[in-house]
Design a protein around this ligand. Structure first.
Ligand code: ADP
Ligand code: MG
Length: 241
């Protein structure tokens, strides 16, 4: 069953028509990968889905209800969680405190409840041994883990990842994949944006390619990655990055 249905999503910034018509569905506990060349509008789409940007046209239906007009705050409370392309934790707070703050502000938990939730989350994402380390001192993989941890503190039903695997080695990406699999088993659904195509083969159930403001192709990962649509839009663009 679809947890999210997006139709005719469009947005323009002045004369820059970034999204013209994006259409897709996300099924429950599905991992939908989103690929596309730099500047295709992947982050913009994610910002629209979370309520940070308003679309100029189109609708977003979440668990049967039209949420197109709902605020960022409302969507957070309804179960939308996200990570940012550039992790921005509170550097002078520990990993534990960062996740705890996420629980207090993202899920309205008391300090005590947010604290025990934070311990659980740190355990799940493999960051428990570094619970007391200042976020500013964490390496890239641990910062990415922490991004996911803070997003989890708001108890999301849908997690939106913006290039969490960017800059990580292959074995580090496997660590992220393992977290995704655990969360999926707990009932979380994912939209996972990644510029690097390889990551999408293992971690996703379906992949959609965004280009020229549209969902140019969507289907099984291996088929989409091998499709002529994807080679055309990536060709000469930046496929070797
Ligand atoms: N807040 C904004 N105001 C104006 N233009 C924006 C804004 N956010 C993104 N854009 C433009 O939208 C386009 C798509 O950007 P983005 O979604 O970041 O691409 P990517 O697919 O690489 O994530 C770019 O041309 C960018 O300049
Ligand atoms: Mg982006």
């Amino acid at each position: 069953m679809a947890i999210l249905s997006v139709s005719g999503l469009a947005i323009s910034f002045g004369s820059n028509h970034v999204l013209k018509s994006v259409n897709f569905e996300l099924n429950e506990t599905e991992v939908l990968g989103v690929i596309g060349p730099n500047g295709a509008g992947k982050t913009v789409m994610l910002n629209i889905l979370t309520g940070l940007l308003k679309p100029t046209a189109g609708s977003i239906v979440y668990m049967g209800a039209d949420i197109t007009g709902k605020s960022l705050y409302d969507r957070g409370r309804m179960g939308f969680g996200r990570t940012f392309q550039i992790p921005r934790p509170f550097e002078k707070l520990t990993a534990y405190e960062n996740v705890m703050v996420g629980g207090i502000f993202g899920d309205g938990l008391s300090e005590k409840a947010a604290g025990s939730k934070a311990s659980e989350i740190l355990e799940l994402i493999g960051l428990y041994p570094k619970a007391g380390v200042f976020a500013g001192k964490l390496g890239l993989l641990d910062r990415k883990r922490l991004e996911i941890g803070v997003a989890l503190a708001s108890n999301p039903k849908i997690l939106l990842f913006d290039e969490v695997a960017g800059g990580l080695t292959e074995s580090e990406v496997v660590e992220i994949l393992n977290i995704v699999l655990k969360l999926k088993a707990d009932g979380v659904s994912f939209i996972w944006i990644e510029h690097v195509l390889k990551t999408m083969l293992e971690g996703t159930d379906r992949v959609m390619c965004l280009a020229q403001g549209r969902d140019v192709v969507c289907g099984l990962p291996a088929e989409v990655l091998a499709s002529k649509e994807v080679s055309e839009v990536y060709l000469g663009a930046d496929e070797d990055e």
